[in-house]
Design a protein around this ligand. Structure first.
Ligand code: MTE
Ligand code: MO
Length: 436
């Protein structure tokens, strides 16, 4: 088993890296916009892409901005019973043991929540989506947008698609617990993921109707939630540029989640849904979309959501896109078993690079492995449920491990290449249990 797997398939990494250096060159030529990002920061990134073709240099650990929520109080609308969720600041992590017995799709009530600030409660009837920018016909300024109301979207052809939303930092705490690394950010275990059946319209259809031109390169959705404060400074509202190629491929503007109107916490009335990519791309409560003929930068594709650290180019990697491969047991940490009693272990595995084709499970801390039985056909953008019978015979503490392989040939490694902000964890997680 290789100890390191690339975070993305070589081809997608290559494309994203190539696009990113083009974006930066255009910035230097005065052809790109970068509101809320300093010139110093962009020059550091440019140096990084130049270095990316050679061996990564050792870099000092980069201090990341310590982020604070803009509002205190109750940032999440839905109930968060402690048997379903672990609350982490403005966020709520789903407990894996609560998924036991649920179907392929995560019930809306159980779906994790990641909020930079606070869930805004918005009315569909008052909502407008505004598309603007010099990538649209007529070069529409922010003051002259093309507008769509909720009913306008509802009147367009609807599409339904099953996909996970997973935070880039899901599994982050295991960089520390398993690898002794210091990383910044919400210390998620593995519960910052959910799978839903999303219904909405293709972003491509809306972009066409808004007058997309062939000069467009970046598409930047922005949320209607409050401005995000980091280190006492406002970074503005949550927004992140998406390359137009991805925006035109499989991205949805979703208004339904598992057959219900989108719940408040998940972006009501409309959110962006970017299949297979890190959760930050799936902007909730979308209010406007800038369509730009020049490359765009925001804090969410510069300071955040790149890989920093000694294993990465000095100044950071290209912005991260696809999710990694992971596995989890539908079990509490520290669950107990009885020696001599047969049980069935259940879990799920998923990947941003394709469907899951194989899962191996170890019940003896990684010494021996058995293939699990897969309960879902391998499908991209969603997980595969699996099971394995186990009759423990020796009392005492042990670890359960699950290791998935996806259709792109990625197998979860023993250790994950670290980065200072703890993104894209992909190593096999050691799940502690006790046999009584
Ligand atoms: N407007 C807005 N969109 C957002 C966020 C946010 O705070 N504000 N958080 C992002 C992040 S980091 C993640 S992981 C996902 C989480 O989606 P969920 O809360 O529906 O699970 O939403 C993304 N979209
Ligand atoms: Mo996230």
């Amino acid at each position: 088993m290789p100890s390191h797997t690339p975070a993305t398939t070589p081809r997608s990494r290559h494309d994203e890296a190539a696009y990113d250096s083009r974006r930066l060159r255009q910035y230097l030529a005065g052809e790109a916009r970068a509101d809320g990002v300093t010139r110093r920061r962009l020059l550091a990134l440019l140096a990084a892409t130049a270095a990316a073709t050679t061996l990564p240099r050792a870099a000092q650990a980069r201090a990341s901005a310590s982020a604070t929520p803009a509002t205190a109080g109750s940032p999440i609308v839905k109930p968060l019973p402690p048997e379903w969720f672990v609350q982490r600041g403005t966020n709520a992590e789903t407990r894996w043991e609560a998924l036991r017995g649920t179907g392929h799709h995560t019930p809306n009530e159980l779906f994790f929540v990641r909020n930079h600030t606070t869930t805004p409660v918005l009315e569909a009837a008052d909502w407008r989506l505004r598309l603007w920018g010099d990538g649209l016909r007529g070069g529409r300024g922010e003051d002259r947008p093309v507008e769509f109301g909720y009913d306008d979207l509802r009147a367009l052809p609807a599409v339904t698609r099953t996909a996970f939303v997973e935070c880039a930092g899901n599994g982050r705490s295991h960089y520390t617990t398993q690898q002794g690394e210091t990383v910044s950010g919400t210390p998620w275990t593995l519960g910052a993921i959910g799978v839903a059946r999303w219904r909405g319209v293709r972003l491509a259809d809306v972009l066409h109707r808004a007058g997309l031109t062939r000069y467009a390169v970046d598409v930047q959705p922005r949320g209607l939630d409050a401005e995000y404060l980091s280190g006492g400074e406002s970074l503005g509202r949550v927004r992140r540029p998406l390359p137009v190629a991805k925006a035109m491929d499989d991205v949805l503007l979703a208004y339904e989640m598992n057959g219900e109107p989108l719940p408040a916490d998940h972006g009501h009335p409309v959110r962006v849904l970017v299949p297979s990519w890190v959760g930050i791309a799936s902007v909730k409560w979308v209010g406007d979309i800038e369509v730009s003929a020049r490359p765009l930068y925001s804090p969410w594709n510069t300071t955040f959501y790149r890989l920093f650290g000694s294993a990465h180019p000095e100044g950071g990697s290209a912005p991260i896109g696809r999710q990694t491969t992971k596995s989890a047991f539908e079990l509490a940490s520290g669950a107990t078993f009885t020696a001599g009693e047969g049980r069935v272990l259940h879990g799920r595995s998923w990947s941003g690079a394709g469907g899951i084709v194989r899962v191996d499970v170890s019940t003896d801390g990684g010494s021996s492995w058995r293939p699990a039985r897969l309960h879902d056909r391998p499908r991209p953008d969603t997980w595969t449920r699996w099971s394995l019978p186990w009759r423990p015979d020796t009392p005492g503490p042990t670890h359960l491990l699950a290791r998935a392989t996806d259709s792109a040939g990625r197998t979860q490694p023993v250790t994950s290449v670290p980065n200072t902000q703890g993104y894209l964890f992909d190593a096999v997680v050691r799940h502690p249990v006790t046999v009584l």
